[in-house]
Design a binder for this molecule. Structure first.
Ligand code: SF4
Length: 223
């Protein structure tokens, strides 16, 4: 596949057509969803028809888990949940509170490894990455090669305004924490509210220098 040519074509297409292109041209496509606003917009746009995967780290906010259930029911989602451990207690019994001392290792165990398992045999996965989200995501392309697999980010060129207009116009359900100062929501111990004017991902691992969980490494611009 000529990824450059596909990107040239899809850069001119609306987001919904980018998803349709993936569904038409690739046999096994899944949506890797964190149930952030981008992901729920993608679920709405595809009428819930994409098989969806969610990584349950056992550290999510209650509000996030409630949203997952609400969206799953509303769109009759074919949802598969992947977790490294059955519970937070099981994880901490073996590893302690790894997020305090070694967040990269904690993310590797709870996110990167389960994602690898979830994507086995998959031709392409769809993500909610947007270029505007942070400097590490500025280089996000709509279609990228990732080994044998493709990573497709249909909202790559959307601004925050585009996203929230779409959500409001279509009544897309979102996490109530967004109204409490959390534009980007990950695990509870590693997410804090942001100040006005800050990067929308500034509340993720705030003050630690860590900016990504490893699913989308900054040197492989692509959660
Ligand atoms: S975001 Fe925090 S709690 Fe979640 S997997 Fe990464 S380090 Fe662990």
């Amino acid at each position: 596949m000529d990824i450059e040519a596909v990107n040239r074509e899809l850069e001119r297409a609306p987001a919904g057509e980018r998803i349709d292109w993936a569904a038409r041209n690739l046999a096994r496509v899944v949506h890797g969803s964190s149930f952030g606003p981008e992901d729920v917009a993608i679920i709405h746009m595809s009428s819930g028809e994409l098989p969806t995967i969610f990584l349950d780290t056992n550290y999510h906010f209650e509000e996030t888990l409630e949203l997952v259930e609400r969206v799953k029911g509303a769109y009759s989602l074919d949802l598969e949940v992947y977790s490294a451990y059955g519970s937070r207690e099981d994880f901490e019994e073996e590893n302690g509170r790894l997020y305090e001392e070694e967040p990269d290792e904690c993310c590797r165990i709870n996110k990167v490894e389960p994602l690898g398992e979830a994507l086995e045999g998959v031709d392409a996965w769809i993500t909610g990455l947007r270029r505007e989200q942070s400097p590490t995501r500025e280089g996000t392309r709509i279609v990228e090669g990732e080994g044998e697999r493709l990573k497709i980010s249909p909202l790559a060129d959307w601004t925050g305004e585009d996203l929230w207009n779409y959500i409001e116009e279509n009544g897309v359900p979102t996490n109530p924490l967004h109204d409490r100062g959390y534009p980007s929501i990950g695990c509870a111990p590693c997410t804090s509210p942001v100040e006005a004017g800050e990067d929308e991902r500034a509340g993720r691992w705030s003050g630690s220098g860590k900016t990504e969980c490893g699913l989308h490494p900054p040197d492989d611009p692509g959660d």
